[in-house]
Design a protein around this ligand. Structure first.
Ligand SMILES: *Cc1c(COP(=O)(O)O)cnc(C)c1O
Length: 368
């Protein structure tokens, strides 16, 4: 393991902030259960430490996308309820039954598959049912849900753990599609056997309590991303990314910087070359757009982001601050994940899940 002294970039993950964020969401959804979505390696923060931290904070229900994520999580949390949102595929039934994974059944075929598995196992098996109320992505269509409501025999043999749906526009409280999806969801599940209901991911938790239902399933907000694009982010930042300066060079006016010479100096100055690039998840779209921070002082990314390197204009940063070996804040208290995402023309989710594997990772403040 590389010590932090030799690491060229350090990703610090604050598990205390992760736990605090979950508690805030749990408090906000009081009366409902608050679960946690930890797919995609807990949005890039690391499933193992995040899962342990959330379980210690009191979280009991975990949502992943993939079967492999579910089996990895089962090794960490022997007793948690584990929902697999992408559904179950033929051949996976025995594994699900053995490891007590809860498949989110997204189609009549998946329902039939899991019913045969229950018959084979000779016992009731847990299942969740996903109704598509306006995403055209996963889940039973409203027609399929109505057919199932008219004849619920395909659900025999299940412990129906939850009926869920997913909103398309929850980050926009003004969008009437939210209420329309909720109303459709309520009417469809009203015709189905009674089960706990779930529609709220991070943003919908902040819409209003009608969306909380029985189980909330936030992801992004746990990791500090804003659930409210229009107002102040109530969540705590959970990561900090620092890159190490490798070189600082004096450059003349008109000097070209980086591949493609996309930046030319408009004055003589200094360029700091920092060891982080698109191979580390510092997206190439941050070329000539991103920035590093020395305290409050922003040093803009000039030129293209390359695979392992970025170049910052540090002309306005004192030489005693920006020198070879010094660390610069790429994500942190002065520059949130959401702010960086905006510069990259993307969303915080993509910044987090793109975080590379090369960083030296430092977990602080929690259960590892
Ligand atoms: C990813 C996902 C979530 C979590 O969404 P966030 O916006 O990250 O809170 C919840 N439900 C489903 C179906 C998802 O795919």
């Amino acid at each position: 393991m590389t010590g932090t002294e030799t690491a060229s970039a350090i990703l610090t993950i604050d598990l205390g902030a992760v736990a605090d964020n979950w508690r805030l969401l749990d408090e906000r959804t009081r009366g409902a259960e608050c679960g946690a979505v930890i797919k995609a390696d807990a949005y890039g923060l690391g499933m193992d430490p995040v899962a342990r931290t959330l379980a210690a904070a009191g979280c009991r229900s975990f949502f992943v996308a993939l079967t492999d994520e579910a089996t990895a999580l089962r090794r960490i949390l022997p007793n948690a309820a584990i929902y697999v949102m992408n559904g179950i595929l033929p051949g996976e039934e025995a594994l699900y039954a053995e490891q007590a994974l809860i498949p989110v059944l997204n189609s009549p075929d998946q329902i039939a598959l899991w019913q045969r598995a229950a018959a084979t196992a000779g016992r009731r098996l847990p299942a969740a049912l996903h109704l598509d109320t306006g995403m055209s992505r996963l889940g039973l269509t409203p027609d399929e849900a109505c057919t199932l409501a008219a004849d619920t025999a395909p659900l025999a043999g299940f412990d129906l753990a939850c009926i869920m749906s997913h909103l398309a526009t929850p980050e926009d409280p003004e969008n009437a599609d939210n209420a329309r999806q909720l109303a459709l969801f309520d009417s469809l599940r009203g015709a189905l056997p009674a089960a706990r209901a779930s529609i709220a991911a991070s943003s919908a938790i902040f819409l209003d309590a009608r969306y909380h239902l029985d189980i909330a399933r936030p992801g992004a907000a746990i990791y500090g991303l804003t659930p409210l694009i229009q107002s102040v982010n109530p969540m705590n930042q959970t990561i900090e990314l620092q890159g190490k300066i490798l070189q600082v060079r004096a450059v003349d006016r008109d000097s070209a910087v980086g591949y493609g010479a996309t930046h030319r100096m408009t004055r003589a100055g200094r360029i700091a070359t920092v060891a982080a690039g698109y191979a580390d998840g510092y997206l190439r779209s941050l070329s000539n757009r991103g920035g590093g921070y020395f305290g409050d002082v922003r040093a803009p990314v000039v030129g293209r982001v390359s695979m392992d390197l970025i170049t910052l204009d540090v002309t306005d940063v004192p030489e005693t601050v920006a020198y070879p070996g010094a660390m610069v804040e790429l994500i942190g208290p002065h520059h949130s994940v959401d702010a960086l995402a905006e510069e990259a023309g993307t969303i915080g989710y993509e910044i987090l899940t793109a975080l590379g594997r090369r960083y030296h990772r430092r977990y602080v403040g929690g259960t590892t």
